[in-house]
Every structure is written in structure tokens, then in C-alpha cells.
Design a protein around this ligand. Structure first.
Ligand code: PA5
Length: 475
């Protein structure tokens, strides 16, 4: 789609932080004085992020993804077309950063019941992301797909993630048993040189493979082939997604915290964290955006949850992300957000114009509890409930802000993803931690290797066996 400047402006997402300010929250909020006290930190964070853009050695390669993938996008679009022609099912095998992005984009930009639609009404094959090793889930996936008509996208930067590689072994064995070619039914997305999938591809005579660039970590990879291939297969306009990201990138370059949405959100969250707001609730008022909260949870948690600063000082940085859905969770969690511990910042994702309005007919005229709804739309209802929840939280003195999406489409989703990635990079710089490593995840991966007898992990296996649960503490 060609985007004019006017269209870009109309689709620009904005951050409304009224309910984080001292004007509306008194001394619990953040005003000119607190921003002023943070000036140096904000300036340093901005300088760090802008000074290190694109540096692979610092895992900042993701900043350039909106600009440096023309040839890759062309190739992906050709592959996607061929996949759509040949296959009825597309299954992603991956986990964490290699799964949450594809899930999010699918939910955001496809029909909410995509897999239940008849083929003629879908823009792509039925889509599944297997991001767990629950044995029931694996078996039951096999009950609903037709292996002959399925393309598997194995996504793993390392090619050494037990979950993904176990799935790879199961599926490749099954393909072979059914007389099907592994090479024909698989596409790999992995590291250019290092990952085991490179070796496996060579042993199979060259599986179609896409590269997850060196300087792009899993949780920052949605705009790389990790996310672009599944999205393109589903008929999502990936060029527009990248354009949205580039548009937001431009806004996020400003050194002025009041003009740069990512720097602003990072500064607000940083101040809140310092004030003991250890919980960050992400609450989209849109089913399409519900898995943005899951994707963001990984980005924010894995990036900021660190126990040491860059200069080696022990710390316990981070903020626990909580996923909520408006309006559904108004009826389960909002009571806690309003009256429970004052340890949260709530981020709402609001939508200006939904794809559907769904008018509510008049009826039950003699029952005022019901009749007032008639003549409105479900769009009006969800927007009113969103506004009402923000109002109630503010009245209770609770920090909350809103990211407004004029509508949910590729351009706005691209903006949103890039905003969150930039916000995370800025927040990590403010906390002075390594935003891009994940030693805590790797510790769990290694312990699994040991438990399942991977050579080289014998000592850890002994330690794990010795740490077996104590029967004295079982009831
Ligand atoms: O963000 C990350 O780095 C992790 O969540 C990884 O994406 C996840 O552990 C999967 O790793 P890999 O892509 O190597 O299989």
C-alpha cells in the first residue's frame, strides 16, 4: 500500500500520559520537577541508544531492520506465495522470541477465527505456533493437520533449544515415516553460520533457510524473517509493517523526552520502578491486540530482569509484566489494580476505530438496566469501558497511561512493536544493565540438558539429582 504523509499522520499512534502526571495524581504522579531531576539519565540513555544503533556486537542490529531487508522481503514474498499454493497448514516450531512475535502478528492482523474459516475466505493456510513441549499438544496438533499438506517453519537462532529441536526430531521422523521429504516440508529460520540448523540443512541437501541476523536477539526479532515469513504466508502486508516501524523510529530519534514516545514511556516506567512500582500491567482493549501483551511481557521481562549493572554493581532490576485483556479482565483483575497494593503501572492499548462496529439493537425497553445499551455499538461500549477503567484507576490515585492506536493494521502494529523495542532499549540504558542478554534463561536451558543426559553436563546432573525434592516437605 502507498502511504501518503496525510495517511501516516492519521495512523500515527500516540501516548496519552495524563494519568501519570502530578496534575492528576498529585505527588504520586510525575511532573516537571521529577522530569528535570531525571534529565541527565534521560540524556545518557538517549545518547547510548542512538550512539549504538545497528551495532551487532551490542545486539542492537534490530534498529536497522526496517531499512535493510529489501532483498530478504522480496525473497520472503516469493516463498510465501509458493507456500500458500502448495500447503494448507503452516506450523511454526519455535519458542520465546522465536514464537511470540508470529503469534502476536497472527492474532492482530488475521481474522480472529482464521483457522475456522473456509479456505476461500482465508488469505493463507491454517496457522499454528507450537511453542511448548506439552506432549498432549504435540499429539493433538497431529490430529488436526494433514502432514502431506503442511509446511513447518523451524525457528531457532541457536538450533540448540531443547523444545524446538525435540519438535524438529519428532516431525522430521514422522515426515520420513510417511514417505515425505523433510527438505520439501520445512523452512528454517536460524543463525547464518553458528546454529545447528545450518548443519542439519546441509545434511538434508539444503533446506530453504532464512537468517536471523547476528545482532538481533530472539525477543527483538519480530521484524526479521522470524516474524516476516509467517506473516507473509498469512497474507499480512509485511512491507507496511516495516514502514510502520520506520515511521515510529523517526519519532523515537528525538532527544526531547516530550516528543519521543519511547523515551517518554521508558522515563515514566523508570521513575515508577524507582518508586517501587514493580508490576507493569499491559491491558489491550482489543482481542486482536491480546498477544501483544504476551510478546511485550517477554521483551520487558527478559530484557530488564537483571541482577548486575554494566559496571558490575549487584542489582535486582526489572518490573514484572502482567498480561490483562480489556474488558474481560475488568471482571477479574481490575479490583486489585484499583484497591490492592500500589505497586503497579497500567498501560492501556486503546483502539480508535475497530474493524467492526457491531451495532446493539434496541430492546427490553421496560428494563432500564438493559435498554440504555440499545442504539449504541459494541465499539462504543468497549471504548467507554476502557475510558471508565482509566478514570476509575486515576480517581483511586493509580498510575496508568494509554497508547492510542487509530486502528489495528500493519502500519500501526509496526509502530507499536518498534515503540516497545525502543522503550525497552531506553529503559535498559536508564537502569544501566545489559538489556540484550538472558543468562537466567540460559541457566534453565543448561539444567534441562543435564537432566536429559547431554554429554558435558554430568556434574550438573549430579547436583540436580542431589537436589531432588525432600519427602519431609510433601503433604
Ligand atoms: O529472546 C530470546 O533470546 C529467547 O527467548 C529465545 O528466543 C528463545 O530462548 C529461543 O531461542 P532460539 O531461537 O535459540 O531457539
Amino acid at each position: 500500500m502507498r502511504m501518503t504523509e496525510e495517511m501516516r499522520k492519521a495512523l500515527r499512534i500516540t501516548v496519552d500520559y495524563t494519568n501519570m502526571t502530578d496534575k492528576y495524581l498529585g505527588d504520586k504522579g510525575y511532573g516537571a520537577k521529577k522530569f528535570d531531576e531525571l534529565k541527565k539519565t534521560i540524556k545518557a540513555a538517549h545518547a547510548y541508544v542512538s550512539g549504538n544503533r545497528g551495532k551487532d556486537e551490542l545486539f542492537m542490529g534490530w534498529t536497522e531492520l526496517p531499512y535493510n531487508q529489501d532483498a530478504i522481503v522480496k525473497d520472503i514474498l516469493e516463498t510465501a506465495k509458493a507456500v500458500r499454493k502448495k500447503f494448507d497448514y503452516f506450523v511454526v516450531l519455535g519458542i520465546g522470541g522465536s514464537a511470540l512475535g508470529p503469534i502476536m502478528a497472527f492474532q492482530a492482523l488475521c481474522h480472529l477465527h482464521h483457522n475456522d474459516l473456509p479456505k476461500s475466505k482465508r488469505k493463507g493456510p491454517k496457522f499454528y505456533v507450537e511453542d511448548n513441549v506439552d506432549p498432549v499438544r504435540m499429539k493433538e496438533l497431529l490430529d488436526v493437520i494433514d502432514l502431506k499438506k503442511t509446511c513447518f517453519n523451524v525457528i531457532s537462532k541457536s538450533g540448540a533449544t531443547s523444545e524446538t529441536m525435540a519438535q524438529y526430531l519428532i516431525i522430521s521422523e514422522l515426515l520420513k515415516k510417511n514417505g515425505l521429504s523433510v527438505k520439501e516440508h520445512m523452512i528454517f529460520t536460524t543463525d547464518a553460520k553458528k546454529g545447528n540448523l545450518v548443519k542439519i540443512s546441509a545434511s538434508l541437501g539444503g533446506v530453504k533457510s532464512y537468517v536471523l541476523p547476528d545482532g538481533v536477539g530472539g525477543r527483538f526479532s519480530e521484524l526479521s524473517p522470524v516474524g516476516l515469513l509467517p506473516a507473509a504466508v498469512l497474507g499480512i502486508d509485511i512491507k507496511l509493517l516495516l514502514k510502520g516501524a520506520a515511521f515510529m523510529d523517526k519519532l523515537c530519534k528525538s532527544a526531547d523526552v516530550k516528543k519521543n514516545p519511547a523515551l517518554l514511556c521508558a522515563a515514566l516506567q523508570f521513575m515508577a520502578m524507582r518508586d517501587g512500582k514493580n508490576v507493569g500491567v499491559m491491558m489491550p482493549y482489543s482481542d486482536n491486540l491480546r498477544y501483544v501483551a504476551d510478546w511485550y511481557a517477554q521483551l520487558w521481562a527478559e530484557s530488564l530482569g537483571k541482577n548486575v549493572t554494566l559496571d558490575g554493581t549487584p542489582c535486582n532490576a526489572g518490573q514484572t509484566p502482567v498480561k490483562a485483556l480489556g474488558v474481560t479482565d475488568q471482571h477479574s483483575q481490575v479490583q486489585l489494580y484499583t484497591e490492592g497494593p500500589f505497586d503497579k503501572v497500567v498501560t492501556f492499548l486503546s483502539v480508535g476505530s475497530y474493524k467492526q462496529k457491531s451495532p446493539i439493537p434496541h430492546g427490553c425497553e421496560d428494563i432500564p438496566d438493559v435498554s440504555f445499551l440499545g442504539g449504541h455499538t459494541m465499539e462504543e461500549l468497549i471504548q467507554a469501558e476502557n475510558k471508565a477503567t482509566a478514570y476509575a484507576l486515576t480517581k483511586a490515585g493509580r498510575l496508568n497511561y494509554t497508547i492510542d492506536l487509530p486502528e489495528v493494521n500493519e502500519f500501526t502494529l509496526g509502530q507499536l512493536l518498534f515503540l516497545f523495542e525502543m522503550q525497552t532499549a531506553y529503559a535498559g540504558a536508564m537502569l544501566n544493565i545489559d538489556t540484550f542478554n538472558q543468562p537466567g534463561v540460559e541457566a534453565g536451558k543448561k539444567a534441562t540438558f543435564a537432566l536429559l543426559g547431554k554429554p558435558g553436563y554430568e556434574e550438573q546432573k549430579q547436583q540436580l539429582d542431589a537436589a531432588a525434592s525432600d519427602p519431609a516437605y510433601r503433604v
